[in-house]
Write a protein that binds this ligand. Structure first.
Ligand code: MN
Length: 721
C-alpha cells in the first residue's frame, strides 16, 4: 500500500465517522508526521510511522472524537522522537490546541519513562496534563491501546512494565471516562501479558462452552423477541462480549471456580429509537415472561452512574431455572457505555473546541488535584487515582516480576496463598523488597514479595487473625479442620482402646457426665484433647472410681460371702480324680468360682490352692515348679446352676435397679440371689449375685447388661481386682 492510498483511506474514514471534520488539518498532520518519522523504526522493524497512523485510525474508528484529536494522534510522538520539532514548531503549523495536546502527551511519556509508576508526582502531572485538554487522555488511550496490541515485539522487561502500568493506571482511568470498551480491551491485553496461564485457561474454557451457551440464550430470547417485535420496537440483541479479566477477577474475589462464575448468562437489548420508554417496555415484557430475581433490578436510566453510564439491569430466571442477566439500553446509552466521554462529546451538538469541562469528566480530576495538599499528595492521589475500579486493592510483585492483586492490608500469608496453596501451607516468613519481615507484615502497593517456606511449617490459628483474602482464610480453616479431625480420630482411638482394656462400656449419658465434670463442651473436644495429649483417658476415668470406692467401701468383703456360698453350691472339687476336699483353699489372686477353668497348686501347709487357669500367678508358678501343679475340676452336675457375682458400674438414675433386675430375669433359668446398689456422686456401683447355668449363659447376661443405658461396666466380681 502506498503512502498516498494509506492517507486517502484515513481521510475517508475520518469523513465517514466525524461529519464536518477538518480534513485539511488531518492531511497536513499526516504529511508532517510521515516526514518527521521517516527514518525511525518500530521494535517490529516496521517504519515507525505505522504507529501514529494506527493511533489515528483508532481515534477515527474506535473512539471517534474530533479532527483535532486525530491530528494529535498522528503527531503525538513527533516532538519526543525528533529534536528538530518543538512545541513552537507544532503551534506554528497546527495552532495552539494541537500544540497543547501534543505537549501534554509528550510530558506524560516523560513522567512515566523512569518506570516509577508509584511516584505520586507523576500522577499529579498526568492529571494536570489531562486537565489542559481532555483530548490529551483520549489520544493517550488510543496510543496505549495500539502499544498493548503490538506488545509482543518488545523485550519481556518492558512488556511487563507497560502491562502493569496499563492495568494500574490506564484501565481505571478509561473506566472513569466511561470508555468501557477500551477499558476491557486494555485489561484483557494486560492480563494476557501478566498472567498468561490464567488467561489461556479461561479462554479455553470459554470456547468449550460457547455453542451450548448460544443455544440456551436463543431459547431464552425467543419469546421476548416475539413479544417486543409485536410492540413495533426496533431493537438489537447483543451477546455480551466476555471479558476474560473480569471473569478472572470475580474468580479471585469470590474465590470460586470458573464454572460457578460463568454459570451466569447475560444478554443485552439495545433499543434503536433512543427513547428510554422503549427500554421500560422491553423490561416489562421480559419480566412478564420470566420471573425476575428480587433485589437484582437496577435502574441506571433514572439514576445514571458517575461516569454517565445508563442502562436497566435485571436478572431473570430463564428456562431450566438458570439465571440470565439482562441489560436494556438505547443505542445512545450503549455508545456512551462503550465510548464514554467520546460519545458524550459527539452527542453534544456543535460545541467542539475549548469546552474542556466536559460534563463532569474533568471535574473529578480537578477536585482530586485541588484537594490534595503537598503532604498527603502521595497518599491521596495514588489512592484516589486507582480508587475508581480497584478500590481496596493493591498490586504486589513476585520475585520474577509477576503481578499479584491483593486486598489492602494483605500480608505475606495472603500473598503466599495467592501464589499457590502449597506455598501458603508452608510459609514461615517473607522478604519484602529483600528485607525479612514477619508473616503479619502489611504489604504495600508495589512491594516485591518473596516467600520463605519450610517443610515443617503449617498454618496455625493465629494466621486467621491477620489474613485478608478469602482464599487464605478458607485454606487455613480447611487445614486446621483437617488437623483437628486427625487429633479427634487419634483421641477417639486411644479412648476406645482404654475402655476395651478396662472392659468398660460408657453410654451417652455417662459420657455427658464425664464431659460435664471435666468442663468439656463436647465429645469432639474431649477426643481432640486426648489426641493432642493435653488430657489423658486415664484421668477422665479415674476420678469417679476413686470416689465410688471411698463411698462404697471394699467390695472384697462382700466377695468373701459370695464366694463361700458359690463354692458351697457348686459341688465338690475333684483333684486328679480323687475327692480331697479337706486340703483345698481358694486363691485370693483370682478368686475362682464354680464354672471357671481351674487348676490346683500344692502349697506348703495350706493344701492345694485353687486358681483360675488364666491366673497370672498360677502361670508363673507353674513355670518355676511345674510338678506342683495338679489338675482340678469342678464336678459336672446336671441341671445344676452356679452362683456367680457381678459388679455393675454406671450412672445413677431412677429405674436403674429395675432395669438391671429385669434384664437378668428376662433370661430363662436365671434367678437373682441378691442385688444391691450403692450410689455416690451420681455414680452407682452395684453387686448382683445370681444363679447361672454355665459361663456362656453368664456372658450373654453380661452383654445384655452392658447395653442398658447408663451402665459403664459389668464385670465378674473378682475380675477388676
Ligand atoms: Mn505512541
Amino acid at each position: 500500500m502506498t503512502e498516498d492510498t494509506r492517507r486517502t483511506e484515513l481521510l475517508k474514514l475520518c469523513e465517514e465517522r466525524i461529519p464536518g471534520a477538518n480534513l485539511a488539518l488531518i492531511k497536513k498532520a499526516y504529511e508532517f508526521a510521515a516526514i518527521a518519522h521517516q527514518n525511525d523504526k518500530r521494535a517490529s522493524d516496521e517504519p515507525y510511522f505505522s504507529h501514529p497512523l494506527a493511533v489515528a485510525r483508532i481515534l477515527a474508528e474506535e473512539l471517534p472524537f474530533d479532527d483535532v484529536s486525530i491530528a494529535c494522534g498522528l503527531l503525538h510522538d513527533v516532538v519526543e522522537d525528533n529534536e528538530e520539532y518543538t512545541y513552537e514548531t507544532i503551534e506554528r503549523n497546527f495552532g495552539e490546541d494541537v500544540a497543547v495536546i501534543v505537549e501534554g502527551l509528550t510530558k506524560i511519556k516523560e513522567y512515566f519513562k523512569a518506570a516509577e509508576i508509584n511516584k505520586a508526582e507523576n500522577y499529579r502531572k498526568l492529571l494536570m496534563a489531562i486537565m489542559q485538554d481532555i483530548r490529551v487522555i483520549i489520544v493517550k488511550f488510543a496510543d496505549r491501546l495500539h502499544n498493548m496490541r503490538t506488545l509482543e515485539f518488545l523485550q519481556p522487561e518492558k512488556r511487563k512494565r507497560i502491562a502493569t502500568e496499563t492495568l494500574e493506571i490506564y484501565a481505571p482511568l478509561a473506566h472513569r471516562f466511561g470508555l468501557g470498551k477500551i477499558k476491557w480491551e486494555l485489561e484483557d491485553l494486560a492480563f494476557k501479558e501478566l498472567n498468561r496461564n490464567a488467561y489461556d485457561d479461561i479462554r479455553k474454557k470459554l470456547n468449550l462452552k460457547r455453542d451450548e451457551r448460544a443455544a440456551y440464550i436463543d431459547k431464552f430470547l425467543e419469546p421476548i423477541k416475539n413479544a417486543v417485535e409485536a410492540k413495533d420496537i426496533k431493537f438489537e440483541v447483543a451477546g455480551r462480549p466476555k471479558h476474560l479479566y473480569s471473569i478472572y477477577r470475580k474468580m479471585i474475589k469470590q474465590n470460586k471456580p470458573f464454572e460457578e462464575i460463568y454459570d451466569l448468562f447475560a444478554v443485552r437489548f439495545i433499543c434503536e429509537s433512543n427513547d428510554p420508554n422503549d427500554c421500560y417496555t422491553v423490561f416489562g415484557i421480559s419480566n412478564s415472561i420470566y420471573i425476575p430475581v428480587p433485589d437484582r433490578f437496577k435502574d441506571y436510566i433514572a439514576m445514571p452512574k458517575v461516569n454517565n453510564y445508563q442502562s436497566i439491569h435485571t436478572t431473570l430466571i430463564g428456562p431450566e431455572g438458570r439465571m440470565v442477566e439482562v441489560q436494556i439500553r438505547t443505542r445512545k446509552m450503549h455508545e456512551i457505555a462503550e465510548q464514554g466521554v467520546a460519545a458524550h462529546w459527539r452527542y453534544k451538538e456543535g460545541s467542539i473546541g475549548k469546552d474542556r469541562n466536559v460534563d463532569g469528566y474533568v471535574q473529578w480530576i480537578r477536585e482530586m488535584v485541588d484537594n490534595a495538599g503537598d503532604d498527603d499528595l502521595k497518599k491521596n492521589i495514588i489512592e484516589n487515582f486507582k480508587l475508581n475500579l480497584y478500590e481496596n486493592e493493591i498490586f504486589v510483585l513476585t520475585p520474577k516480576g509477576d503481578l499479584e492483586r491483593l486486598p489492602v492490608n494483605s500480608t505475606p500469608v495472603d500473598f503466599a496463598f495467592a501464589i499457590h496453596s502449597n506455598i501458603g501451607h508452608h510459609c514461615i516468613g517473607a522478604k519484602v523488597n529483600k528485607k525479612i519481615v514477619p508473616l503479619d507484615y502489611i504489604l504495600n502497593r508495589g512491594d516485591q514479595v518473596e516467600i520463605i517456606t519450610s517443610k515443617n511449617q503449617h498454618p496455625n490459628k493465629n494466621w486467621l487473625k491477620f489474613v485478608k483474602t478469602p482464599k487464605a482464610r478458607s485454606e487455613i480453616r480447611k487445614w486446621l479442620n483437617k488437623e483437628e479431625e486427625k487429633f479427634i480420630e487419634l483421641g477417639k482411638d486411644q479412648w476406645e482402646k482404654k475402655l476395651k482394656k478396662l472392659k468398660l462400656t460408657i453410654g451417652e449419658a455417662g459420657l455427658a457426665k464425664i464431659l460435664h465434670r471435666n468442663k468439656l463442651h463436647n465429645q469432639r473436644q474431649m477426643f481432640k484433647m486426648i489426641g493432642q495429649g493435653t488430657l489423658s483417658a486415664d484421668k477422665l476415668l479415674e476420678e469417679p472410681k476413686e470416689k465410688e470406692h471411698k463411698l462404697l467401701g471394699s467390695p472384697s468383703v462382700e466377695f468373701e460371702d459370695f464366694a463361700k456360698s458359690a463354692r458351697g453350691s457348686g459341688g465338690e472339687l475333684v483333684v486328679d480324680g480323687e475327692d480331697i476336699r479337706a486340703m483345698l483353699s481358694y486363691a485370693k489372686c483370682c478368686n475362682p468360682i464354680p464354672g471357671d477353668d481351674v487348676a490346683g497348686y500344692i502349697t506348703v501347709g495350706e493344701g492345694i490352692r485353687i486358681h483360675r487357669k488364666i491366673c497370672k500367678n498360677l502361670i508363673e508358678k507353674s513355670k518355676e515348679e511345674p510338678e506342683k501343679v495338679v489338675s482340678v475340676r469342678w464336678p459336672e452336675l446336671e441341671n445344676s446352676s452356679f452362683l456367680t457375682g457381678l459388679t455393675i458400674r454406671g450412672e445413677d438414675s431412677a429405674g436403674m435397679l429395675k432395669d438391671i433386675a429385669n434384664t437378668i430375669v428376662s433370661y430363662n433359668n436365671t434367678s437373682i440371689k441378691s442385688i444391691s446398689l450403692d450410689t455416690g456422686d451420681s455414680f452407682f456401683e452395684g453387686q448382683v449375685t445370681l444363679f447361672v447355668q454355665n459361663l456362656e449363659h453368664l456372658s450373654r447376661i453380661i452383654e445384655k447388661l452392658k447395653k442398658i443405658p447408663g451402665v459403664y461396666s459389668v464385670t465378674r466380681m473378682n475380675e477388676n481386682k
